[in-house]
Design a protein around this ligand. Structure first.
Ligand code: PLP
Length: 403
């Protein structure tokens, strides 16, 4: 039997150490690891028909896959009886070539959630905490907790202005962090952390700490990318996804990019063959040279129009460069979510550190016009005491009932 790699040493587990690790893991197995999809779904009062109403609550892209990606999926369907594992290597090579990386430093997954969870699980432990920004994307926290590691939340710097990661405070937050997670642009604020501050983090992070730079939304902004740190052999793993700009959240494809020895630590969690439809759609998306610029402009224009509208109505919003922003309702955000849901408009959740703010995903122009109309109506009346109706969760959903 081929034994999995020890996440700490990249060496193969012995049979005995494997079972010891597995026993420890099973003690924690009841702890779910939640993603954007789970967390958004947990807030929805009904889910019988996901096309009913307007969903600007999960940072999805309403444009869906590009035309070329759709055609590529249709074309590959007749070959669906085969694993075609060489398609994965081909996709990794195309991306590596486009970005000037070695193919060994790119690994494709069905979305970026898996490598996000695996990187946190492999590099944090009881004695090696996870450091995150707050408000920030919650998935790494769920993974750290599931693995028995503690989580240190560091408030965003300049919360009423740039709302960026407080890099110096994050570096000082723990003497021996396992992972420092930087989400750029940040979910939920859509704000970016300047390049020089990320460079500072790479240069000054405690030895052995892994910087996990999540670039799920990077295509939507003009900020410098972080792949050069991988080329330079730094202790950095960068995550990319096809779920956002490329509109493939339901199709599922993403990359972990890092030094081969850092990617080898993820082997412990298994290596599954990937859906060939998703591989084909991702390849077509990467080869479509106009796609990033076109979609960045479409989403950016709608975002700018909505940020200006919020300001004109007297509401502060974060200076987002992404497909979401936090909007300060100056009243309990949960009440506003409930009042909007009653109008069939589903807006994003609140973060406990910012209880009056709600996350708005940038939808289509028409969706956002409906949002503006409903929001103005909701805010002109009282929302006191409103709560989201609880829906009966299926067995599958139970683990995230109280998320
Ligand atoms: N990282 C961030 C910051 C996200 O917001 C999300 C999803 O919303 C993900 C990663 C995971 O996306 P996926 O697994 O669809 O690639």
């Amino acid at each position: 039997m081929q034994m999995p790699l020890d996440p700490a040493t990249s060496r193969c587990f012995t049979r005995r150490s494997f079972f010891r690790y597995a026993a420890g893991a099973s003690a924690l197995a009841s702890m779910p690891i939640l993603t954007e999809a789970h967390l958004a779904l947990a807030q929805r009062p009904h889910f019988a028909d996901p096309n009913k109403g307007i969903h600007i609550d999960a940072n999805e892209n309403p444009l869906g896959p590009s035309d070329a990606a759709r055609q590529a999926m249709i074309d590959i369907v007749p070959r669906g009886g085969r694993y075609l594992m060489n398609f994965q290597a081909e996709l990794e090579e195309i991306f590596a070539k486009q970005e000037g990386l070695s193919p060994e430093s790119v690994r494709a997954f069905a979305g970026s959630s898996d490598p996000l969870h695996f990187t946190v699980l492999a590099n944090t432990s009881k004695d090696r905490p996870l450091v995150v920004a707050d408000p920030g994307y919650e998935a790494p926290m769920w993974a750290a907790k599931a693995g028995g590691a503690s989580v240190i939340k560091v408030p965003l710097a300049d919360p009423k202005g740039a709302a960026k990661h407080d890099i110096k405070a994050m570096l000082a937050a723990a003497s021996n962090p396992g992972v420092i997670y930087i989400c750029n642009p940040n979910n939920p604020t859509g704000t970016c952390t300047p390049r020089e501050e990320i460079e500072y983090a790479v240069a000054h992070a405690p030895k052995d700490a892994l910087l996990l730079i999540d670039e799920a939304y990077i295509h939507l902004c003009d900020q410098p990318r972080s792949l050069d740190f991988v080329k330079e052999g730094k202790n950095v793993v960068v995550l990319r996804t096809f779920s956002k700009l490329y509109g493939m959240a339901g199709v599922r494809m993403g990359f972990a990019i890092g030094r081969p020895d850092l990617l080898a630590k993820l082997n412990y969690f298994g290596d599954n063959s990937l859906p060939i439809t998703a591989l084909a759609a991702a390849k077509a998306s990467l080869l479509d040279t106009d796609l990033v610029a076109t979609r960045k402009k479409i989403i950016g224009d709608v975002r700018a129009e909505n940020l200006a509208w919020c300001k004109s109505q007297g509401y502060a919003a974060t200076p987002s460069e992404s497909n979401c922003f936090m909007l300060d309702t100056r009243r309990p955000g949960k009440e506003v979510m409930a009042a909007m849901a009653a109008k069939d408009i589903y807006i994003g959740r609140i973060w406990p550190a910012w209880p009056t703010q709600v996350r708005i995903t940038v939808g289509t122009k028409q969706e956002m016009e409906a949002f503006q109309k409903a929001f103005a109506e909701v805010m002109s009346g009282s929302t006191a005491g409103l709560t989201l109706p609880k829906r009966k969760m299926s067995l599958r959903e139970r683990p995230f009932e109280n998320a």
